[in-house]
Ligand binder design. Structure first.
Ligand code: NAD
Length: 248
């Protein structure tokens, strides 16, 4: 039986790259998407064409009922989860904090923190030896912003990723005795559509001069770090973070 992985926000960007790499490494992959069913179906079709197993599952991770339904579908169609990638995340347009509305912060926290919390909770309920599970691993896709703070751009987003990192540390200690490892990956500036939806399509190129490695990163470079954290080589690694941020 292949191991089962769920990747939230898996229809494009970093999530799609993780899903593709996981399938190549033998995982049956649940690809969560919120709205873009065509994009999710295309990733599934790609994986299936290469002999892999994948399933697209719609859910808004910020909604508890959606998350419960998504995990039930995963249980029924692919089997009990072994690996969760909390990747779904949103970034709003660049803005100073003194111009932000509370609604914006609530939206960002809903997906970036509550979404990750709900999915981690459902995964732990299935993986934990305390609940009769066989163990497993969780990787939270955070951001270099959690360390750097994103002044004048996205302090709200940075705060949400800081909260995600703290949850990673706390949860890792809570569930380590139950056979579950929890780690984080902090991408820096990666070429994806997120920057376009954040209002600045050319952002990665603008920032090149301040990134020590003088370039943006690729989704494959992030996916490689995520998959290392699921590997046997990472068996003694929990509550840790890999910065994939070009030295930033
Ligand atoms: P992206 O916008 O291409 O992908 C994010 C995906 O999450 C999208 O498919 C989107 O539909 C999905 N999503 C958003 N809200 C959702 C919700 N409520 N429920 C379900 N799905 C939802 O962006 P990306 O760059 O691939 O980002 C992936 C992760 O990496 C995010 O958590 C992001 O914060 C993080 N990250 C990205 C960068 C970067 O430079 N691209 C840097 C640091 C961190």
């Amino acid at each position: 039986m292949p191991k089962v992985m769920l990747v939230t926000g898996g229809s494009r960007g970093i999530g799609a790259a993780v899903a593709r790499l996981a399938a190549r490494r033998g995982y049956a992959v649940g690809i969560n998407y919120r709205t873009h069913s065509d994009a999710a179906d295309a990733v599934v079709a790609d994986i299936q064409q290469q002999g892999g197993v994948a399933l697209a599952i719609q859910a808004d991770v910020s909604q508890e009922d959606d998350v419960l339904r998504m995990f039930r579908t995963l249980d029924e169609r692919l089997g009990k989860i072994d690996a969760l990638v909390n990747n779904a995340g949103i970034l709003e347009t660049q803005m100073r904090l003194d111009e932000m509305q509370v609604d914006r912060l609530m939206r960002v926290l809903s997906t970036n923190v509550i979404g990750a919390f709900l999915c981690a909770r459902e995964a732990v309920r299935r993986m934990s030896t305390r609940h009769g599970g066989q163990g497993g691993a969780i990787v939270n896709v955070s951001s270099a912003a959690a360390r750097l703070g994103s002044p004048n751009e996205y302090v709200d987003y940075a705060a949400s990723k800081g909260a995600l990192d703290t949850m990673t540390i706390g949860l890792s200690k809570e569930v380590a005795p139950e056979g579950i490892r929890v780690n984080g990956v902090r991408p820096g500036t990666i070429y994806t559509d997120m920057h376009a939806s954040g209002g600045e399509p050319g952002r990665v190129d603008r920032l090149k001069s301040v990134i020590p490695l003088r370039r943006g990163g690729s989704v494959e470079e992030v996916a490689g770090a995520v998959m290392w954290l699921f590997s046997d080589e990472a068996g003694y690694t929990s509550g840790s973070f890999i910065d994939v941020s070009g030295g930033s």
